[in-house]
Design a protein around this ligand. Structure first.
Ligand code: PRX
Length: 638
């Protein structure tokens, strides 16, 4: 670590505290870094739990990400490089992006899309996804990107919740050399989501696709009638920019709504602080745009800064394990942002092959989505960063819109501690509290909460203010509940310790146990199901399912296959269970709640602890026996 230059931490901590003491003054200054069509009247209206930022102000995200750059040398610099796993490439200058976005926006208007309408984007990692997002917000419509790995059922659920009428899709996605038939998935989804009136299909291949007359239209036809320019409409600061669904503790995903003004101000400043992003950056975030990390890091933040973004379509290690390092070398990537799961996967391939690549362009490395443990941190630091690049371990959530806890090399680089996300960003009042909501002592585990509103904070949950209050503001009065455990050490550094609730993190993807259970129960022979996350050295967690069969069914591998099929149908391959166990009983409390904690403890071979609320001890014995048999079988197989 000696080679990284550190600065005294005190100056930064004083600055952080000053900003957090007077959030309105602080964020007002940050807001002036964007160009507004109309100045705000009021910085913040805080009626807990609803925050309104920069009230009365007007701006446009598409204008800020593109048009603004046309008045300088940025006009002809590369805004977006795209490459897929087969090595196909595309590049768009800011001017070219501007052209495409305007045409796309005109096409949406020609389809009748107006301010406030929801547009669902079901697209793989292709430039048209960025273009579609910027075009949607250019005319004040609201995008809902649905990760293209989600199944038809998951897509239908999200469409229905937003009651959108327009869907943009591609014929296929590309993964591991195979086409993913996205249009087919759309066709199935729309049987359960009849509100969609128009489907615009971006055709990438000559694959035959089904086109429904009157509903399905080809992008390439529509774009011929599109205008070259569509005025970026001034939007009120609190006009919703997008809805993004994420998993919570119930089976139904939550539609997190982000605002235009607050979100953009927040990500503009925080990406400067955390990544020191500038127009010289070649910024590569390996997430999918379908997650919040991608929204903020592949689209809005880098383009606000006039940086060059790299977008990659494909699996990390396909067609060979060096694909990513090859790309960093090829494009001279300066900022690389990925997940601990990906890093752990590459660690398995060893360090030798990485040495063949010139990674000297890298300046800052980022990690997101899960806890990065110290060994993984050290490996990343040494092998990818060449002991030169600070690692920014960034803690945040779909709900927070942008990064909340992280080192900030763009302001001052505080000493890094592998495994800690370090300190809250300026203006962020984070704390670790006990069950009563009182700050815990140093190094005591507690709940991570945020005590003051911040501009990137979600506006609410779409059409569901009650669930918003319940999910985030009911556990502790006046504190935003993150659902994460953390400790704070003697230097005030935060160490994240995973979720407190029934939310799983599988390879960085957020899934609810209830959501997966709902899908398992979809199999006609399943009476009851319980899902837990079992720690996995690479993926963080694996999905383990316990199933009680309906009468008349006997445990069989065929049924396991059916369950896997059902989960993939209802959610998608990311939710595929790793293990399925058949039992006659599940451990439950006397009031009938499944005790997932007990299942998890057995899976981890740990002492069971307090079982006083358990209804029937025989259920525990059965799970133990089933699991023992399973372990023996695995041993034999090995
Ligand atoms: O548990 C935390 C974990 O990811 C959750 C948020 O997931 P999602 O909304 O999908 O957003 C992911 C990326 C922005 C958090 O509640 N998490 C995120 N970043 C970190 C993390 N856990 C530990 N360290 C992090 N840096």
């Amino acid at each position: 670590m000696e080679k990284v230059k550190f600065y005294p931490v005190k100056g930064y901590i004083d600055f952080q505290k000053g900003a957090t003491a007077d959030i309105e003054r602080f964020w007002e200054k940050e807001a002036t870094k964007l160009e507004w069509f109309k100045h705000w009247d009021k910085v913040l209206e805080w009626e807990e739990p609803f925050a309104k930022w920069f009230v009365g102000g007007e701006l446009n995200a598409s204008y800020l990400c593109i048009d603004r750059h046309l008045y300088s040398w940025h006009k002809n610099k590369v805004a977006l490089y795209w490459e897929d796993e087969a090595g196909n490439t595309k590049a768009y200058s800011y001017f070219q992006l501007y052209r495409e976005v305007n045409k796309f926006a005109s096409m949406l208007e020609n389809l009748g899309v107006k301010k406030g309408d929801r547009v669902v984007l079901y697209l793989p990692m292709i430039p048209e996804l960025t273009i579609a997002m910027l075009a949607t917000v250019r005319i004040g419509a609201i995008h809902t990107v649905v990760f293209s790995g989600f199944s038809s059922q998951a897509l239908a659920d999200r469409i229905n919740d937003t009651s959108a009428e327009v869907l943009i899709a591609a014929d296929v996605g590309l993964r591991r050399g195979k086409y993913v038939p996205l249009k087919q998935i759309v066709d199935v989804a729309l049987k359960a989501a009849p509100a969609i009136k128009k489907v615009v299909v971006i055709k990438r291949t000559s694959e035959e696709i089904n086109m429904v007359a009157g509903r399905d239209l080809l992008y390439h036809d529509l774009i011929r009638d599109a205008e070259d320019y569509v005025e970026p409409r001034p939007m009120e600061s609190m006009h919703p920019l997008f809805i993004l669904y994420t998993s919570g503790t119930t089976g139904k995903p939550k539609g997190v709504v982000h605002s235009t003004g607050g979100y953009l101000v927040y990500i503009n400043s925080t990406y400067k602080w955390v990544f020191d992003i500038s127009d010289e950056s070649v910024y590569w975030c390996t997430a999918d745009v379908g997650w919040v990390t991608g929204h903020t890091s592949i689209v809005y933040a880098p383009l606000l800064h006039g940086a060059t973004v790299l977008m990659y379509e494909g699996a990390p290690d396909y067609p060979h394990p060096d694909r990513w390092w090859e790309i960093i070398e090829k494009y001279g990537v300066t900022i690389f942002y990925t997940s601990p799961t990906a890093i752990k996967m590459f660690m398995r391939y060893g360090d030798e092959r990485i040495k063949r690549y010139n990674l000297s362009s890298l300046k800052i490395l980022g990690s997101v989505g899960e806890v990065i443990n110290p060994e993984v941190w050290e490996w990343y630091y040494k092998n990818i960063g060449g002991e030169r690049c600070p690692i920014v371990d960034t803690w945040w959530q779909t709900e927070t819109g942008g990064i909340m806890i992280s080192p900030v090399p763009g302001i001052e680089l505080v000493p890094l501690k592998p495994g800690s996300a370090t300190l809250p960003l300026p203006g962020i009042d984070a704390e670790v509290v006990d069950e009563e909501g009182k700050p815990v002592d140093t190094s005591v585990k507690g709940h991570l909460v945020i005590r003051k509103p911040w501009p990137g904070m979600l506006m609410g949950l779409y059409n569901n203010p009650e669930r918003y209050k319940e999910a985030y503001w009911s556990k502790f009065k006046g504190l935003f509940y993150t659902g994460d455990y953390a400790i704070k050490d003697e230097d005030g550094y935060f160490w994240l310790l995973g979720r407190t609730d029934e939310v799983l993190k599988v390879a960085g993807h957020r899934l609810g146990t209830a959501e997966v259970e709902g899908a398992v129960i979809g199999a006609p022979f399943v009476a009851e199901a319980a899902v837990i996350g079992k720690p996995d050295p690479i993926k963080g967690e694996n999905i383990i399912v316990f199933v009680i069969l309906k009468e008349g069914y006997e445990p069989a591998d065929e049924l396991k296959k059916e369950i896997v099929k059902e989960v993939r149908k209802q959610i998608g391959p990311i939710a595929t269970p790793q293990e399925i166990h058949f039992v006659d009983k599940l451990p439950k409390t006397r009031s009938g709640k499944i005790m997932r904690r007990v299942l998890k403890t057995i899976m981890m071979d740990k002492p069971l602890g307090d079982l006083s609320t358990l209804e029937d001890e025989a259920s525990v014995e059965e799970v133990k026996a089933v699991y023992e048999d399973f372990k023996q079988m695995m041993k034999k197989k090995a």
